[in-house]
Design a protein around this ligand. Structure first.
Ligand code: GSH
Length: 211
């Protein structure tokens, strides 16, 4: 019988965000590792995610794709883990979760592909321009200890992953505020467990060839 909760991923992907969130919930889940060139682009996976991209989760037969949606969904599906604020106190939680999945993601992707919108284009580009998007993110992560207030939530898994990866891969500038926020969230046991599990799935390095 299929597991109630399955993670489709690749250790070199945004699937790490979904795994971190799964580890935060404490739920049991099965991992299916997909290969970029083959299994990710074939059935049966294309019936789960027609985008042929990871991650995806299947929970009790329901498919969720998009890392930010996976984080929010799992927080609601496993309420005992306390990863979503009370329903009446979700303004910052939703605001910054969607901000990171939309404007921040688009700003860093465009920057990494050397595309900068003109002043005219900035009016219709949801993120405006890179500096504006990054400065706004910096204000958000420095307003409280965590992105939605004084407690860690699912929004920190997503926003935090953007910050940690962005600084690590140079798509976000190195700033003290980003470093301090990254430090607060990456000391969590669930983050370390998730990384250990994904690191163990990484392909072994090629042996050096003798000349
Ligand atoms: N918006 C998606 C992005 C997913 C995505 O682009 N995943 C990449 C790996 S990080 C992928 O699967 N790429 C494979 C491909 O497009 O061939 C999310 O947030 O989950």
């Amino acid at each position: 019988m299929a597991a109630d909760l399955i993670l489709y991923t690749n250790p070199m992907s945004r699937g790490r965000i979904a795994r971190w969130m799964l580890e935060e919930t404490g739920a049991d889940y099965e991992t299916v590792v997909l290969d970029y060139a083959s299994t990710m682009k074939q059935e049966p996976y294309l019936s789960i995610n027609p985008m042929g991209k990871v991650p995806a989760i299947v929970h009790n037969g329901h498919v969720v794709t998009e890392c930010a949606a996976i984080c929010a969904y799992l927080a609601d599906a496993f309420p005992d883990a306390g990863l979503a604020p009370p329903i009446t106190d979700r303004a910052d939680y939703y605001r910054w979760l969607f901000y990171a999945a939309g404007p921040v993601e688009q700003a860093v992707t465009n920057k990494s592909m050397n595309f900068a919108p003109t002043e005219q284009q900035q009016r219709s580009a949801g993120y405006g321009n890179y500096d504006l998007a990054v400065d706004t993110l910096e204000k958000a992560v420095s307003a409280h200890p965590y992105i939605a207030g004084n407690s860690f939530t699912a929004a920190d898994v997503y926003v935090g992953s953007q910050v940690v990866w962005g600084v690590q891969f140079g798509t976000l500038p190195k700033r003290d505020t980003f470093a301090a926020y990254a430090e607060r969230i990456t000391t969590r046991d669930a983050y370390k467990r998730a990384n250990d599990k994904d690191n163990a799935l990484m392909p072994a390095p090629e042996p050096e060839r003798a000349e």
